[in-house]
Design a protein around this ligand. Structure first.
Ligand code: AP5
Length: 217
């Protein structure tokens, strides 16, 4: 399956992506994770992306698109993938559509996670991420057994730089201006599927999987 997850910052894309990709046995490709890895390891790509990410702005398209095209050409993405965080504006979506058409394929479905802004702020201000395995936690809603330590790998949990309230509000504005138009773009294509992304994490995964079932081939 070739699947895109879309939704505002904090909708739970990363949380759900890890479970959905595992259920479907496809690689999860998160542009945010790839950028953060490059920032933390100090690569040229990371140096280019860092300031944009810190402000909550989108990294320029030419940088982002080149990175995604390279990742989609890797062997594990040939028979399917889950994209988390890409595309994030209409020009990126148009490039993706053209690229897949050149490869004689297309997206099967775009899954929109629907949550309101207040819930987003609650979620992001308590988010913690494992430095080692990338698993996402929340201090109240999904707490690890020991504060600051990942249950899965004992890695150290950290708070993202862009999870400060002012930056969160700016990311929501950027989402409304630049990413929200993708909803109409994919609705026109007939491949948009929206689900309510509030409630317990496992219930949302079940909701997503039952909505996706008819696209599994
Ligand atoms: P990215 O990492 O993609 O950030 P985002 O889209 O803002 O999304 P988040 O990762 O903040 O939220 P999420 O929806 O994944 O929520 P999560 O599952 O963590 O991008 C970061 C930056 O990279 C961008 O700002 C930009 O600069 C750059 N970038 C990335 N892609 C780009 C692109 N295509 N073009 C240009 N620039 C790009 O959940 C959040 C919290 O809520 C967690 O703590 C979780 O435990 C908790 N939670 C999850 N589900 C629930 C639930 N059901 N109930 C209660 N709590 C929950």
């Amino acid at each position: 399956m070739r699947l895109v997850l879309v939704g505002p910052p904090g909708a739970g894309k990363g949380t759900q992506a890890q479970f959905i990709a595992s259920h479907l046995s496809i690689p999860k490709i998160s542009t945010g994770d790839i950028f953060r890895y490059n920032v933390s390891t100090g690569t040229e790509l990371g140096k280019q992306a860092k300031a944009y990410m810190g402000r909550g702005d989108l990294v320029p398209d030419e940088i982002t698109i080149a990175m995604v095209v390279a990742r989609l050409q890797e062997p594990d993405a040939q028979s399917g993938f889950l994209l988390d965080g890409f595309p994030r504006n209409v020009p990126q979506a148009e490039v993706l559509r053209k690229l897949l058409a050149e490869w004689d394929t297309r997206l099967d479905v775009v899954l929109e996670l629907v949550v309101d802004d207040d819930e987003v702020v609650r979620r992001l201000s308590g988010r913690r991420t494992c430095r080692q395995c990338g698993r996402i936690w929340h201090v109240l809603f999904e707490p690890p057994a020991r504060a600051g330590i990942c249950d899965d790998c004992n890695g150290e949990l950290f708070q993202r730089d862009d999870d400060r309230e002012q930056t969160i509000r700016h990311r929501l504005d950027v989402y409304a201006e630049q990413t929200q138009p993708l909803i109409a773009f994919y609705a026109d294509d007939g491949i948009l599927l929206g689900i309510d992304a509030t409630g317990p994490v496992e219930e949302i995964t079940e909701r997503a999987m039952s909505a996706l079932r008819r696209f599994i081939r």
